[in-house]
Design a protein around this ligand. Structure first.
Ligand code: UD1
Length: 341
């Protein structure tokens, strides 16, 4: 049976993608994770939701020797979906070398392994942070990239460049680069969702934790040149993102890609301000949030949202969930987590 390697498979988007792979495809799935920002409990949750089994390996992808040893034991690898990376904008501003070291070494090691083993298909998690503060919105895949506002965004720009060069020199190697906008929400079952090990930096887990008294929310800036002064993002349901990975994989395997590296924006196309996101949460949860207005956060872009036409036409993908759905599913997951603890 053909095998797909999923790196970061215990993490937020990786775990939701494994669910889609196990329920919508017949591939053998092998997850690699070192639990640096995830929990082994994700695996049990995936098994409970899907009733399917899959292999798991605990390695740090920066450890090239172990990566080669462990992955060489796996038979019939036809593709790699590479999620594992550090992903916090403020943490990357505070500790850039950590981000450059981890996000780029892991990518290089995997690409070298893929090359040596003649693995054909590769899917890379990129981010809308590669656009920087774009001159025109919504951004299309052709929008020129400005300088990244954070080391996190810069590691994604460099990662994309590396993949582009690798694909240029190896016509048998096919990659899809997916630029996620802001993935949020949780699996509709409420059984799995985002599980930050430390204090989260992302807005939605902070909102849901604030609603249960486990955190406090500050809106980072209300003096931006936007409709209510807070930053604008394109929030997209994590299950929509997961679904896009299965479609991207089939796109590569079916040879539908015209070039050997393809690039897609994964967003809904709707810009939502921080205040609007909070209002949506308050509406669906029936909980009023106490929040403060604070200063701007270093590394933040002002506003960004996607033109997603290319993913719709090429991958035959379309987002299914609204901002209210995203907030409701994140809330359901938070409540289930409370019951567990
Ligand atoms: C960035 C990337 C996104 C990537 C994500 C991974 C951009 C534009 N997007 O998201 O593609 O998937 O990193 O982490 O770079 N906020 C508050 N208070 C808080 C936390 C956040 O006001 O306590 C605001 C932020 O200022 C921002 C918005 O909420 O305007 C979303 O922030 P966050 O959830 O951290 O994601 P990004 O940094 O936008």
């Amino acid at each position: 049976m053909d095998t797909i390697i999923v790196t970061g498979g215990a993490g937020y988007i990786g775990s939701h993608t494994i669910i889609e792979l196990l329920t919508k495809t017949n591939f053998n799935v092998v997850s690699i994770d070192n639990f640096s920002n995830s929990t082994v409990k994700s695996y049990a949750r995936i098994k409970e939701i899907t009733n399917k089994t899959f292999e798991t390996i605990n390695i740090d992808l920066c450890d090239n020797d172990r990566l080669k040893t462990e992955l060489s034991k796996i038979k019939n690898i036809i593709g790699i979906i590479h999620f594992a990376a550090y992903k916090s904008v403020p943490e990357s501003v505070a500790n850039p070398t950590l981000y450059y070291y981890n996000n780029l070494n892991s990518l290089n090691n995997l690409l070298k392994f893929a090359h040596d083993q003649k693995i054909k298909h590769f899917i890379f998690s990129s981010s809308c942070s590669v656009y920087g503060n774009a001159d025109e919105l919504p951004v299309t895949e052709k929008t020129p990239l400005k300088s990244a506002e954070s080391p996190y965004g810069h590691t994604k720009q460099i990662g994309e460049d590396i993949i582009n060069y690798v694909c240029k020199t190896n016509s048998d190697f096919n990659a899809v680069i997916l630029r996620y906008f802001n993935p949020v929400g949780a699996h509709p079952s409420g059984k799995i969702g985002e599980f930050p090990l430390n204090r989260p930096n992302n807005l939605v887990p902070i909102i849901t934790q604030t609603a249960v008294g486990k955190n406090s929310l500050t809106v980072f800036g209300n003096d931006f040149d936007t409709r209510d002064g807070s930053c604008i993002r394109d929030y997209i349901h994590v299950s929509d993102i997961a679904d896009a990975h299965v479609k991207a994989l089939n796109y590569l395997i079916d040879g539908e890609n015209k070039k050997n590296v393809s690039l897609f924006n994964l967003g809904t196309g709707n810009g939502v301000s921080v205040i609007e996101a909070i209002t949506s949460f308050e509406k669906v949860s029936g909980k009023k949030l106490n929040y403060a207005i604070g200063g701007r956060r270093e590394g933040d872009v002002v506003a960004i949202f996607a033109n997603n036409n290319l993913a719709k036409t090429e991958l035959k993908w379309a987002p299914q969930f609204s901002i209210d759905d995203m907030m409701l599913s994140a809330w359901k997951w938070q409540l289930n987590l409370l019951e567990e603890n």
